[in-house]
Design a protein around this ligand. Sequence first.
Ligand code: SAM
Length: 293
Amino acid sequence: MAEAPSFVHNNWFTEKSDGIGFSIKIKEKIFEKQSQFQKIEIYDTETLGRLLLLDGKTMVSDKDEHIYHEMITHIPLNTHPNPKRALVIGGGDGGTIREIIKHPSIEEAYLVEIDEDVINACKEYFPEVSCALDDPRVTVCCEDGIQFIKDHKNYFDLIVIDSTDPEGFALELFSPSFYQNVYDALTDDGIMTNQTDNPFIYPDTVRTTYQNMGKVFQNIYMYWGYCMLYPGSFWTFGFGSKTYNPLLEVSIEKIKAKNLKTKYYNAGLQKGAFLLPQFALDILPDHAPQKRV
Ligand code: SAM
């Protein structure tokens, strides 16, 4: 029988990932629902505020959610000189959309989340994360991102894949055919970012993800942030670009002038986040520009 991914014992929630556990002391469970797609649970915790689990895996906590959401958005939005249209696939908690609309150039932002129950639960229990979902520039679509992307060509300046891990109904969001559809839905100078897991704990999975991205994007990069909640906390993000090089075509002065209100991201991290330890560089396909530095 497959090992349960997580458990609660003596008021401690533990997420298990390949022989390693991460534990958080909880106060009480405040929400539980089996949706059409996954089990949604929300806990109140002692130190991280509210905590969202999907199928027993940690997704969002009040205390550290800003790190993931700032990094997956501001890095591409401060690389692209004038991003106007953005799409988020997944991301039903709303944190990625909240960060995207901090950029005044954004005219339209779409959230395409397959599970309406995730959106509704986050609107009720994570008001500071989901607060931008009612912004007039935002359109929320409860549908499968895999289908949605096929119907859009040459439209988005930024596409963020804010998905669950590469398994189950999210697996296809990491496939070459999906990345090809993302590429086609981007404008001629568009950028894609995605969450790509921990390369120390899951080297094979991360290697496969970047190989698949590399079959479509000539310019692929990896960057990282400290996401305490996720296994191992060393969390990586993929950056697929049609034209822009995030290490060269970025003006630190322009970023500072935007005066974005952030708690983790800053102008120094815009380039610094792309500095990788050797084991992570080794995972990237040979044509990745970071390999040549
Ligand atoms: N930051 C989180 C993390 O990495 O742990 C991701 C959180 S976000 C809530 C992930 C969302 O992706 C889930 O709500 C899930 O329903 C959604 N999702 C998974 N597959 C999807 C698909 N094919 N289309 C749209 N949304 C999808």
